[in-house]
Ligand binder design. Structure first.
Ligand code: R5P
Length: 296
């Protein structure tokens, strides 16, 4: 087996190749002066299982093109199977036609990966697991809940877990269970599909003098979490922690969360995060999944 990290590997290529005791490939990745992407493998890939690690955080489109070129090239070079590891899978939120005429973006991305030659896809806490059905091969969605529970269990006291929308309900329920049957609450979120503005329903939560853990898959602008955090801060929560798998934290999201009362953000290393975020390593989870896959 050979592990190859692309531009968005975020160090996971090195850690995962060590954990798997697999060779780390040498790959040249460049941009031509006009912006086109260049990929070249230096290793003999023939008859190897090739693990391509590319987490597709911004610039998503460039990283996706790099990944597509790499999958197709690995197949051209005679590799046995291509296992794509995309810990953060871009476009996963556009998983249906919310407004007439919209692209179902995740469908297109997964179809392209399959037609380029990807045999397997491993991702972490994808926005909706059902959307992986668009991938023609076998797709695996890894849950980071145990890793988060492990990181939090000595930190929180008498916690309440909060889902900022219906989509995070299962994540909240599972984390609450793993934090020894803490209570959980689910807010309802309404998004204006044209302006992108959100509002939350008012939900009476008894949280005074308790720690709150808000869980979501993605924090992008921070608007969703900040809205909930300031609401529960005003209802007397002691400490507010945020647990998110993919901390995109675009623009001033980090400061927005801090000023809404968030004490600490826990996020996976599925993408690069700013200083101040408590990083939870996802490499052991991914390497176990790769091991199980090649053994099966
Ligand atoms: C959407 O349903 C996702 O699960 C997140 O809640 C959303 O992407 C967060 O976005 P933002 O941080 O921009 O509010």
């Amino acid at each position: 087996m050979i592990v190859a990290g692309l531009s968005g590997a975020n160090g996971l290529d090195l850690t995962i190749s060590n954990l798997l005791k697999a060779k780390l490939a040498k790959v040249d990745l460049r941009k031509f002066p006009d912006g086109e992407t260049y990929v070249r493998f230096h290793d003999d890939l023939s008859d190897e299982n090739v693990v391509l690690i590319q987490t597709t955080y911004p610039e998503q489109d460039r990283r996706l093109v790099e990944l597509l070129l790499s999958v197709d090239t690995a197949k051209d070079l005679g590799c046995r199977k291509v296992i794509v590891v995309a810990p953060y899978l871009a476009y996963s939120r556009q998983d249906r036609r919310f407004l007439d005429g919209e692209a179902v973006s995740i469908k297109t991305i997964l179809k392209l990966l399959g037609s380029a030659g990807a045999d397997y896809l491993i991702t972490v806490d994808v926005h909706k697991a059902e959307s992986l059905a668009y991938f023609p091969g076998k797709a695996i969605n890894l849950s980071p809940t145990s890793a988060f529970a492990e990181a939090l269990k000595e930190v929180v006291s008498n916690p309440v877990v909060i889902a900022p929308d219906q989509g995070a309900l299962n994540r909240a329920a599972e984390l609450a269970k793993q934090l020894h049957s803490s209570e959980y609450f689910v807010f309802r979120k309404f998004r204006d599909r044209v302006t992108g503005m959100i509002r939350h329903e008012v939900l009476e939560v008894d949280i005074s003098d308790r720690d709150a853990v808000i869980i979501d898959d993605i924090v992008s602008t921070g608007t969703t979490i900040a809205s909930i955090a300031s609401y529960i801060r005003d209802r007397g929560a002691s400490k507010i922690y945020v647990v998110c798998s993919h901390a995109l934290l675009v623009g001033d999201a980090f400061n927005k969360l801090a000023s809404s009362g968030v004490s600490k953000i826990y996020a996976l290393n599925t993408l690069a995060t700013p200083n101040g975020v408590e990083v939870v390593d996802t490499a052991p989870l991914i390497s176990d999944a790769i091991n199980n896959l090649v053994r099966s």
